[in-house]
Ligand binder design. Structure first.
Ligand SMILES: [Mg+2]
Length: 408
């Protein structure tokens, strides 16, 4: 069997409802979110699909540039091909999540081909399933959104800090969901958040019995991360911004996190995800793959991975997403009792609906800067400089929970 073609399908994805609300009704959300699917064809008529994240519009060029290394190769030799592609990027200084994003979609598609050739779902080729269903967690800003997730049986809910530390919302959600549903907070690792302030916030969060506190500071500064780690008695999570075992190594080896969150579309592929999970397992760290702006093909790959690693915690899931998500692939994954059942068909178990994808051509892949909404920043002022946002408006950005000490 030989690879005969590598095709890319880049599309514009609409906004999640929470982003729409955060940015204002007139905002152009079509500017920010792209999905990139890869399709690898063979001379025996078997086709594999994968998905890349890590700046999809740029990654598309990377995949196309790498494709000449794939044409004519036997797709069976996944690790050998991966190694050659990886080495081919060394001369570019590797390329962060753009390079590992390209590797991810290609490697995913090779696994899809292998599964189809062998007549087995990928999880069967990865050692078999430890679990038949993969539990998910969802995103909520409001009690109503949390309730909608709980009605689906979802056992854990995450809420973001977007431009402001909103401990009142954490307190409200903890009240709304009660003590038996897990709650997590994603601080998004803003560049303006100092370790000192992240520690103050983390100590306030200790009262809410969190599943994890995600990216309390920019994870690019692991020493700042370590300061938070040492000072706060809340489980920490990170990993969405890095690719491959090398990107996750220090987070795991220094035991800076309790939960590692590689992104299935940019961690480097299914095997890299499983290696990261193995490194984490040896350190008592759980795996909870990042979803974020990911599309629906990578979600299938995540299920196969989560089925086969012992330390799988939860899969992040944008449950109430842009409706187009459910039109561009088949079948559609459904959450039942808070979990998704494993695909049973050979390969990844997902196919592209190309007509639907073609209806959403990519326009651009960077977000418009947010307008002044009292939370992010004011354009055209010094506040626009990311590193002074918190420092020059700390009083309104650090909002402690009701009843706790500090300003109100
Ligand atoms: Mg995050």
């Amino acid at each position: 069997m030989k690879i005969t073609a590598v095709d890319t399908h880049l599309m514009q994805a609409g906004a999640r409802p929470d982003l729409k609300r955060a940015m204002g009704a007139d905002a152009d959300f079509r500017g920010s979110r792209n999905w990139l699917f890869v399709e690898i064809e063979t001379d025996e008529g078997v086709t594999g699909v994968g998905e890349c994240s890590g700046w999809p519009r740029v990654v598309e060029g990377a995949v196309q540039d790498l494709s000449h290394l794939l044409i004519g190769r036997n797709p069976e030799h996944i690790d050998r091909i991966w190694g050659q592609l990886y080495r081919s990027m060394l001369g570019h200084g590797l390329t962060g999540t753009v390079g590992s994003g390209a590797l991810s979609g290609i490697e995913m598609a090779l696994w899809d081909i292998k599964g189809k050739v062998l007549g087995a779902p990928v999880w069967r080729l990865l050692g078999g399933a430890i679990r038949e269903t993969v539990p998910v967690y969802g995103h909520a800003h409001t009690a109503d959104e949390a309730q909608a997730l709980i009605e689906l049986g979802v056992g854990a809910i995450k809420t973001p800090f977007t431009g402001i530390v909103d401990l009142d919302r954490v307190a409200m959600l903890r009240d709304a969901i009660g003590p038996d549903v897990d709650l997590a907070v994603d601080a998004h690792g803003p560049s303006w958040m100092s370790a000192a302030d992240a520690i103050l916030v983390g100590r306030e969060l200790e009262a809410f019995d969190l599943l994890f506190y995600e990216d309390p500071v920019a994870p690019e500064n692991l020493d700042a991360f370590a300061r938070v780690r040492d000072a706060v008695a809340v489980p920490l999570a990170a990993g969405e911004r890095v690719g491959t075992i090398h990107g996750c190594r220090e987070l795991i080896e220094r035991q800076l996190v309790d939960v590692i969150q590689p992104d299935t579309g940019r961690a480097g592929g299914i095997t890299q995800m499983r290696k990261i999970a193995g490194m984490a397992e040896a350190h008592g760290i759980m795996l909870a793959p990042h979803s974020g702006s990911l599309g629906p093909v990578a979600e299938f790959a995540a299920l196969h991975i989560m089925a086969t690693v012992p330390n799988a915690l939860l899969l992040e899931r944008i449950e109430f997403d842009w409706p187009g998500r459910y039109e561009v692939v088949a079948p559609v994954l459904k959450v039942t009792d808070g979990a998704i059942g494993l695909p049973r068909t050979p390969g990844l178990g997902v196919e592209l609906v190309k007509d639907a994808i073609a209806q959403h051509p990519s326009i651009r892949n960077v977000a418009d800067p947010p307008k002044d909404d009292g939370r992010a920043y004011v354009q055209g002022t010094a506040d626009e400089a990311s590193h002074v946002q918190m420092r020059r408006s700390r009083a309104r950005r650090m909002r402690p929970s009701s009843g706790t000490k500090g300003h109100t």
